[in-house]
Each structure stands twice: as structure tokens, then as C-alpha cells.
Design a protein around this ligand. Structure first.
Ligand code: TMP
Length: 207
């Protein structure tokens, strides 16, 4: 059979930035080509991690920011076995990962970056992300897209300024890094879709 590389590819961005649409589209693309991959989301992705997700995002929850951090990391901890099992054996698509923790808990909520990175490094060890698509969105479109959602979870209800800080945080993380591509979701979705597929083809191409 044809050989493919098996990178770890992450989709990041705030609410309404279109990352879930694009990750679904890539999944369809890979399926149509009969290319093996796994797809997970964070928080969630595995049985136990989905339990923690429910707890964090439940509208009745009101945890302290440090508790949120520890719960997101706990959800990640429950995914490690799965991630390590398929690392470099299958393409891994992840809907949010470490950068979401840095952007939301550190840049958004002001949690200490050091402790966050320490625990992440402890959990991930040699597991590395190869490429990240960072989806950005304007405040106007963010509002429109949040308004369209039937159900809002606890993290869909922050003030606009919070999402601003988080998106700026994401952009800081991506700045001057070769393995990040910024996708402007205010542009045509079709154009972005084509750009992302092209990049994916390059990332998995065996040379
Ligand atoms: P989702 O609905 O896009 O899956 O995201 C769930 C929420 O969790 C989203 O508002 C971002 C937030 N989040 C964090 O705050 N920290 C994290 O580490 C992760 C993975 C997600």
C-alpha cells in the first residue's frame, strides 16, 4: 500500500472559530482516501475523559480557576494511554490540546504558566504535536455563532473580553512558529477548507 506519515495534528481556536467543522472535514477526507487516523477532542475523547468533560462544562458547576486547570489536565491524563498507543502509528487529529490550556487558563484566567507547563510535560513526556491549525474569528462572527448554538455550556458564556484575551493568547503562542497555520474563519469557509486539505496532504506525504 501507499505509505503515509503519521503526524499529530491539532486544531485550536476559540468558540465559533470553525475548528470542529474543519476537523470533521479532514476526517471525511481521510476516510474517503482510506487513510487510517484517530480523532479525539479535549476535554473528552476517551470514556473517562468525557466524564470529566461533563463535570467541567456543566452549567451548574462553578469551580475555581485552579480547579478548572486541574480538571482539564485530569481529562488529558485520561487520554495519554490512547495517544501513546497510536503515536506515530496512525495520524492523530486532536480538537483542542495543550495550547487551549495555555490560552484559556493562563491568558484568559491568569493561572500560573509554570505549573501548567510542568504538569503538561509530566503527562506528555515525549509525545509531540507536529502541526497546529489555529482558527481565528472576529468578535462579530463569534457573537453570531454563539447565538446560533442551541445549548450553551459553562465555557460558552463568558464576556466578550475573555474570548479576546484567549484569542490573543493563542496568537502569541503561534507567533513566529513554523508549525502553526493561522486560519481566518472570517474568510470563505470553502477557501479555508481547500487550504487545510492541501496542507494536510503535505503533512502526510511520504517523501
Ligand atoms: P469545546 O466545546 O470546543 O470542545 O471546548 C470546551 C471548552 O473547554 C472550550 O470553551 C475551551 C475549554 N478548554 C479550556 O479552557 N482548557 C483546556 O485545556 C481545554 C482542552 C479546553
Amino acid at each position: 500500500g501507499v505509505m503515509f506519515k503519521k503526524p499529530v495534528i491539532v486544531f485550536e481556536g476559540i468558540e465559533g472559530s470553525g475548528k470542529s467543522f474543519h476537523i470533521s472535514n479532514i476526517s471525511k477526507y481521510l476516510k474517503s482516501k482510506d487513510i487510517d487516523y484517530i480523532r479525539i477532542r479535549e476535554p473528552g475523547g476517551s470514556f473517562n475523559s468525557e466524564k470529566i468533560r461533563k463535570l467541567i462544562l456543566n452549567n451548574k458547576s462553578n469551580f475555581k480557576k485552579d480547579t478548572d486547570l486541574l480538571l482539564y489536565l485530569a481529562a488529558r491524563s485520561e487520554n495519554i494511554d490512547l495517544l501513546k498507543k497510536f503515536y506515530k502509528k496512525k495520524i492523530i487529529l486532536i480538537d483542542r490540546f495543550v495550547d487551549s490550556t495555555i490560552a484559556y487558563q493562563h491568558y484568559g484566567m491568569g493561572v500560573d504558566l509554570n505549573i501548567l507547563q510542568k504538569i503538561n510535560n509530566y503527562l506528555l513526556k515525549s509525545f509531540k504535536v507536529d502541526f497546529t491549525f489555529l482558527n481565528i474569528v472576529s468578535e462579530k462572527n463569534l457573537k453570531i455563532r454563539l447565538n446560533k448554538r442551541k445549548k450553551l455550556n459553562r465555557y460558552d458564556k463568558f464576556k466578550m473580553n475573555f474570548y479576546h484575551k484567549v484569542q490573543r493568547g493563542f496568537l502569541k503562542i503561534a507567533k513566529n512558529k513554523k508549525n502553526y497555520r493561522i486560519i481566518n474563519s472570517n474568510k470563505s469557509i470553502k477557501v479555508n477548507q481547500i487550504e487545510i486539505i492541501k496542507k494536510i496532504e503535505k503533512l502526510i506525504k511520504w517523501t
